[in-house]
Design a protein around this ligand. Structure first.
Ligand SMILES: C[S@@+](CC[C@H](N)C(=O)[O-])C[C@H]1O[C@@H](n2cnc3c(N)ncnc32)[C@H](O)[C@@H]1O
Length: 247
């Protein structure tokens, strides 16, 4: 079993890491600094704590997650990556889209969230769905993915830009990356409430107020479109596409 830079274990749903070759190596990029590690530690504490209380958010946001997953246009046999999977709320829909011949690989940093995701996998007996404990900015896989999704997770990352770069690196040429996320009010008079929204998101989710998810996506992927917004623009879905290889 491999260990990450914080000494955390990387495990798959089978309890070892033999079936999916994931590592927490950063592929040659610089190591996280102390503020990165402090943010990550706070996230783990928060999400471990929230893992028992996630059912309500799962139900309420299901239609938006469903739409976000539909934008991946998954096909039977595809290999898809779920970044910051939490208790595995996307797994059933992703598994259905790729079928029994595809592969779903889900990454999260919170051991308690992963325990819930693993229970879900065991309950359904999905043999082609795996969870990996790892930091999304550093995780590495040998095989490229046909698609990736990050729902309600990218804006929590300690370094959004480098996490987006890592997801981009893990995708096959031409592969889509869908991000469904939250942000403060982007325009209009409701912006006066943004300082409160920031505080709430930071308290609730360890949201990262310093990095802008859309800016990072647009800087790394040349093609990115905001496809849907909800609740006065505070939730949004973006579809990005990795450039196809030139022949
Ligand atoms: C709000 S939950 C989202 C869960 C799920 N994707 C959904 O749609 O509801 C955010 C998840 O991101 C995970 N997370 C936060 N930072 C992470 C990181 N650096 N690497 C991997 N997962 C991370 C947390 O542990 C948490 O489970």
């Amino acid at each position: 079993m491999k260990t990450d830079t914080d000494g955390g274990q990387i495990v798959s749903n089978s309890g070892d890491d033999s079936s999916e070759s994931a590592t927490n190596e950063s592929g040659g990029r610089s190591e996280p600094d102390s503020s990165y590690r402090a943010h990550q530690k706070r996230s783990q504490t928060k999400w471990d704590r929230w893992s028992d209380w996630y059912t309500m958010s799962e139900r309420d946001l299901e239609p938006m997650r469903e739409d976000a997953i539909a934008h991946l246009a998954l096909e039977s046999g595809d290999r898809v990556l779920d970044i910051g999977c939490g208790p595995g709320v996307n797994l059933a829909m992703l598994r259905e889209a790729v079928g029994s011949t595809g592969q779903v690989v889900a990454v999260d940093y919170s051991p308690k969230m992963l325990k819930k995701a693993r229970e879900r996998i065991d309950d359904h007996g999905w043999e082609n769905v795996e969870v990996v404990r790892a930091d999304a900015m550093q995780v590495n896989f040998d095989e490229p993915f046909d698609a990736a999704i990050a729902s309600l997770s990218m804006s929590l990352m300690p370094d959004v830009r480098r996490t987006v770069e890592n997801v981009h690196r893990l995708l096959a040429p031409g592969a889509p990356f869908v991000v469904f996320d939250v942000r403060p009010f982007p325009k209009g008079p409701a912006r006066i409430l943004n300082p409160l929204v920031w505080r709430f998101l930071h308290w609730y989710a360890n949201w990262n107020p310093d990095d802008d998810v859309l800016d990072s996506l647009r800087a790394v992927f040349t093609e990115c479109d905001v496809l849907e917004t909800h609740t006065a623009g505070t939730t949004y879905t973006v579809l990005c596409q990795k450039v196809k290889a030139t022949v």
